[in-house]
Design a protein around this ligand. Structure first.
Ligand code: SF4
Length: 266
């Protein structure tokens, strides 16, 4: 089990509407159901942690210390239209905490330009954006848009991978990382190892960092389907040892480290 103290989570709102095939067995919906949440998962609402990045402890230090990678809005989509009235405040917090790295993934990259703060320019230095694609159709729709956008740090997230994907036309120096993973949950659609290896080859050919993030619940290798328990989905992917240009912190190389090795434990 790996323990990472270089990360933090920030979910300013919770709940999301399904938008594409990758949403079918959305983790947020599954978690809400498991915990018996009374509010529908499709209704976005601000959380009690809305202003977490700018909160301080009693001693006056930040609750989230400088240097962390802050996984942002992982119980929704940061570009959800229902959250339009809240997002500007989030951009402000990101600007204020310039020594944190804010990393969000989105299936709504086509809304990006409508969601920006006025001082965005060619992007904030400390914001990383992952464009999620789950199959070829959505790669071919979202990635041409993504390529054109003014974002300083871009990654492509192929997850949940529900079919083979050819990313070759979209891989260039502007992509800092490709991360690939299967789907989790009891109803998960199977992910094939050969699809993952194909994306890896595309990344190696383009010299773009590649990371096999997780196997998903049903993993097909050499014609056999393996049921992988949730607790092993990350470690099994890690064991495949097929990452390319990814170091021990498993973040895009361009993220400037301020962590000490003592922050990192096996
Ligand atoms: S966009 Fe993400 S959070 Fe929203 S429904 Fe789809 S999978 Fe869930």
């Amino acid at each position: 089990m790996l323990k990472w103290e270089i990360y933090a989570d920030w979910n300013p709102w919770h709940g999301c509407t399904k938008i594409s095939p990758g949403c079918k067995f959305c983790y947020v919906y599954r978690q809400d159901e498991m915990y018996g949440c009374e509010v529908s998962s499709c209704l976005a609402r601000k959380t009690g942690n809305f202003n977490l990045p700018v909160r301080k402890k009693r001693d006056g230090t930040w609750k989230i210390p400088d240097g962390r990678i802050v996984f942002t809005c992982f119980t929704s989509d940061f570009l959800l239209s229902d959250a339009d009235e809240w997002r500007q405040e989030c951009w402000q917090m990101m600007r204020e905490r310039e020594n944190l790295w804010f990393y969000f993934f989105t299936k709504r990259i086509d809304r990006f330009m409508d969601c920006l703060p006025t001082d965005w320019g060619d992007g904030y230095d400390n914001v990383l954006v992952g464009c999620t694609v789950e199959n070829q159709d959505l790669a071919d729709y979202r990635l041409p848009i993504f390529r054109q956008l003014p974002i300083k740090h871009k990654s492509i997230i192929v997850s949940p991978m529900i079919g083979p994907v050819d990313l070759s036309p979209y891989l260039d120096d502007g992509i800092e990382e490709v991360a690939v993973g299967g789907e989790s949950g009891v109803n998960a659609r199977p992910c094939h190892f050969e699809w993952i290896l194909a994306v890896r080859e595309q990344c190696v050919a383009a010299n773009v960092p590649f990371r096999f993030h997780q196997t998903g619940a049903f993993f097909v290798k050499d014609g056999k389907t393996y049921r992988v328990k949730r607790c092993f989905q990350l470690s099994q992917a890690h064991k495949a040892n097929i990452d390319f240009r990814i170091d021990k912190y498993m973040v895009p190389e361009t993220v400037k480290y301020v962590w000490k090795d003592s922050d990192y434990h096996d």
